[in-house]
Design a protein around this ligand. Structure first.
Ligand code: GLN
Length: 188
Protein backbone atom coordinates (compact mmCIF):
# COMPACT_ATOMS: atom_id res chain seq x y z
CA UNK A 1 0.00 0.00 0.00
CA UNK A 2 1.36 3.39 -1.08
CA UNK A 3 0.62 6.46 1.02
CA UNK A 4 -0.01 9.58 -1.06
CA UNK A 5 0.18 12.86 0.82
CA UNK A 6 -3.10 14.61 0.05
CA UNK A 7 -2.70 17.74 2.17
CA UNK A 8 -2.37 20.02 -0.84
CA UNK A 9 -1.20 20.01 -4.45
CA UNK A 10 -1.23 17.55 -7.35
CA UNK A 11 -1.93 14.33 -5.44
CA UNK A 12 -4.84 13.17 -7.62
CA UNK A 13 -2.53 12.98 -10.64
CA UNK A 14 -0.15 10.64 -8.76
CA UNK A 15 -3.12 8.51 -7.74
CA UNK A 16 -4.15 8.24 -11.40
CA UNK A 17 -0.64 6.95 -12.24
CA UNK A 18 -0.84 4.36 -9.44
CA UNK A 19 -4.28 3.29 -10.70
CA UNK A 20 -2.86 2.76 -14.18
CA UNK A 21 -0.07 0.64 -12.72
CA UNK A 22 -2.56 -1.32 -10.62
CA UNK A 23 -0.90 -0.38 -7.34
CA UNK A 24 -3.13 0.19 -4.27
CA UNK A 25 -2.80 3.45 -2.38
CA UNK A 26 -4.41 5.45 0.40
CA UNK A 27 -4.42 9.18 1.02
CA UNK A 28 -2.61 10.73 3.97
CA UNK A 29 -4.58 13.72 5.23
CA UNK A 30 -3.96 13.65 8.98
CA UNK A 31 -1.54 12.23 11.50
CA UNK A 32 -3.58 9.10 12.28
CA UNK A 33 -3.43 8.10 8.60
CA UNK A 34 0.29 7.46 9.08
CA UNK A 35 -0.50 4.58 11.44
CA UNK A 36 -1.61 2.38 8.54
CA UNK A 37 1.96 1.33 7.82
CA UNK A 38 2.86 2.11 4.22
CA UNK A 39 5.25 0.33 1.87
CA UNK A 40 6.15 3.66 0.25
CA UNK A 41 5.21 7.33 0.30
CA UNK A 42 4.60 9.92 -2.42
CA UNK A 43 4.87 13.66 -1.73
CA UNK A 44 3.29 15.59 -4.62
CA UNK A 45 4.01 18.95 -6.17
CA UNK A 46 2.12 21.99 -5.00
CA UNK A 47 3.26 24.76 -2.73
CA UNK A 48 6.06 23.66 -0.43
CA UNK A 49 5.50 26.48 2.08
CA UNK A 50 1.87 25.41 2.54
CA UNK A 51 2.74 21.71 2.85
CA UNK A 52 5.55 22.56 5.27
CA UNK A 53 3.13 24.53 7.46
CA UNK A 54 0.46 21.80 7.38
CA UNK A 55 2.97 19.06 8.28
CA UNK A 56 4.08 21.12 11.28
CA UNK A 57 0.61 22.32 12.36
CA UNK A 58 -0.75 18.78 12.15
CA UNK A 59 2.21 17.43 14.11
CA UNK A 60 3.20 15.04 11.34
CA UNK A 61 6.74 16.20 10.60
CA UNK A 62 8.71 14.04 13.07
CA UNK A 63 6.67 10.92 12.31
CA UNK A 64 7.15 11.27 8.56
CA UNK A 65 10.85 12.03 8.96
CA UNK A 66 11.19 8.96 11.19
CA UNK A 67 9.45 6.76 8.62
CA UNK A 68 11.80 7.93 5.85
CA UNK A 69 14.93 7.61 7.99
CA UNK A 70 13.67 4.19 9.03
CA UNK A 71 13.73 3.07 5.39
CA UNK A 72 10.25 3.69 4.03
CA UNK A 73 10.79 4.53 0.33
CA UNK A 74 9.68 8.01 -0.68
CA UNK A 75 9.15 9.80 -3.99
CA UNK A 76 8.90 13.60 -3.94
CA UNK A 77 7.99 15.67 -6.99
CA UNK A 78 8.71 19.40 -7.22
CA UNK A 79 7.44 20.80 -3.90
CA UNK A 80 7.99 17.24 -2.60
CA UNK A 81 11.65 17.54 -3.59
CA UNK A 82 11.88 20.81 -1.64
CA UNK A 83 10.41 19.17 1.47
CA UNK A 84 12.92 16.30 1.28
CA UNK A 85 16.01 18.50 0.71
CA UNK A 86 18.52 18.93 3.50
CA UNK A 87 19.21 22.51 2.35
CA UNK A 88 16.81 24.88 0.59
CA UNK A 89 17.80 28.18 -0.93
CA UNK A 90 14.82 30.54 -0.85
CA UNK A 91 12.96 28.45 1.70
CA UNK A 92 13.41 26.50 4.90
CA UNK A 93 14.35 22.89 5.46
CA UNK A 94 11.32 20.73 6.19
CA UNK A 95 11.91 16.96 6.31
CA UNK A 96 15.56 17.36 5.33
CA UNK A 97 16.14 13.64 4.83
CA UNK A 98 17.83 13.82 1.43
CA UNK A 99 21.38 15.08 1.09
CA UNK A 100 20.76 17.67 -1.63
CA UNK A 101 20.89 21.44 -1.79
CA UNK A 102 17.85 22.71 -3.70
CA UNK A 103 17.08 26.15 -5.10
CA UNK A 104 13.40 27.14 -4.96
CA UNK A 105 11.55 28.86 -7.82
CA UNK A 106 14.81 28.57 -9.67
CA UNK A 107 13.54 29.52 -13.10
CA UNK A 108 11.71 32.66 -11.97
CA UNK A 109 7.98 33.22 -12.11
CA UNK A 110 7.63 34.09 -15.79
CA UNK A 111 9.76 31.33 -17.25
CA UNK A 112 8.77 28.86 -14.58
CA UNK A 113 6.60 26.53 -16.64
CA UNK A 114 7.88 24.53 -19.55
CA UNK A 115 7.90 21.07 -21.01
CA UNK A 116 10.87 19.17 -22.35
CA UNK A 117 12.16 15.66 -22.99
CA UNK A 118 15.33 14.37 -21.40
CA UNK A 119 16.92 11.11 -20.36
CA UNK A 120 16.12 9.72 -16.93
CA UNK A 121 18.37 7.19 -15.16
CA UNK A 122 18.89 4.24 -17.53
CA UNK A 123 15.28 4.39 -18.63
CA UNK A 124 15.63 6.42 -21.82
CA UNK A 125 13.96 9.73 -22.57
CA UNK A 126 10.93 10.84 -20.62
CA UNK A 127 8.69 13.90 -20.97
CA UNK A 128 9.20 16.41 -18.17
CA UNK A 129 6.80 19.15 -17.09
CA UNK A 130 8.26 21.95 -14.97
CA UNK A 131 5.99 24.34 -13.05
CA UNK A 132 7.76 27.05 -11.07
CA UNK A 133 10.23 24.29 -10.44
CA UNK A 134 13.20 24.02 -8.13
CA UNK A 135 16.46 22.42 -9.20
CA UNK A 136 19.13 20.57 -7.27
CA UNK A 137 22.25 22.68 -7.05
CA UNK A 138 24.45 20.03 -5.46
CA UNK A 139 24.05 16.49 -4.26
CA UNK A 140 25.87 14.63 -1.49
CA UNK A 141 28.27 11.73 -2.16
CA UNK A 142 25.65 9.04 -1.60
CA UNK A 143 23.19 10.68 -3.96
CA UNK A 144 22.96 9.59 -7.59
CA UNK A 145 22.05 12.16 -10.24
CA UNK A 146 19.37 10.66 -12.50
CA UNK A 147 18.54 13.54 -14.85
CA UNK A 148 19.80 16.93 -15.89
CA UNK A 149 18.22 19.67 -17.99
CA UNK A 150 20.28 22.62 -19.20
CA UNK A 151 23.13 21.51 -16.95
CA UNK A 152 20.94 21.51 -13.85
CA UNK A 153 20.13 18.44 -11.79
CA UNK A 154 16.39 17.71 -11.98
CA UNK A 155 16.21 14.18 -10.59
CA UNK A 156 18.22 12.34 -7.97
CA UNK A 157 18.14 9.23 -5.85
CA UNK A 158 19.59 8.68 -2.44
CA UNK A 159 19.03 5.16 -1.16
CA UNK A 160 15.27 4.71 -1.00
CA UNK A 161 14.55 8.38 -1.64
CA UNK A 162 13.73 9.59 -5.15
CA UNK A 163 13.08 13.22 -6.04
CA UNK A 164 12.29 15.03 -9.27
CA UNK A 165 12.05 18.77 -9.93
CA UNK A 166 9.58 17.99 -12.71
CA UNK A 167 6.11 16.44 -12.67
CA UNK A 168 5.98 12.99 -14.30
CA UNK A 169 2.40 12.67 -13.04
CA UNK A 170 1.30 15.44 -15.41
CA UNK A 171 2.31 13.39 -18.46
CA UNK A 172 1.06 10.08 -19.88
CA UNK A 173 4.45 8.49 -19.32
CA UNK A 174 4.68 6.10 -16.36
CA UNK A 175 8.45 5.50 -16.58
CA UNK A 176 9.39 7.47 -13.45
CA UNK A 177 6.59 5.98 -11.32
CA UNK A 178 7.50 2.51 -12.52
CA UNK A 179 11.18 3.21 -11.74
CA UNK A 180 10.22 4.29 -8.22
CA UNK A 181 7.99 1.32 -7.54
CA UNK A 182 10.28 -1.28 -9.14
CA UNK A 183 13.81 -0.11 -8.54
CA UNK A 184 13.60 2.17 -5.49
CA UNK A 185 10.78 0.62 -3.48
CA UNK A 186 10.92 -2.96 -4.84
CA UNK A 187 7.13 -3.15 -4.91
CA UNK A 188 6.32 -3.89 -8.57
N1 GLN B 1 7.45 26.59 -6.45
C1 GLN B 1 6.75 25.64 -5.65
C2 GLN B 1 7.26 25.62 -4.22
O1 GLN B 1 8.18 26.28 -3.91
C3 GLN B 1 6.85 24.27 -6.22
C4 GLN B 1 6.07 24.20 -7.49
C5 GLN B 1 5.52 22.85 -7.80
O2 GLN B 1 5.46 21.95 -6.96
N2 GLN B 1 5.05 22.72 -9.00
O3 GLN B 1 6.69 24.93 -3.44
Amino acid sequence: MIGVFALQGAFAEHEACLDKLGVPFAEIRKKEDLDRGFDALIIPGGESTVMDKLLRDMDMLDTVRGMILGGTPVFGTCAGLILLSSEVEGGRTCLGTMDVRTVRNAYGRQLGSFRTVSSFADEGEVPMVFIRAPYIESAGPDTRVLAEVDGRIVAARSGRQLATAFHPELTDDLTVHRYFLEKVAGIL
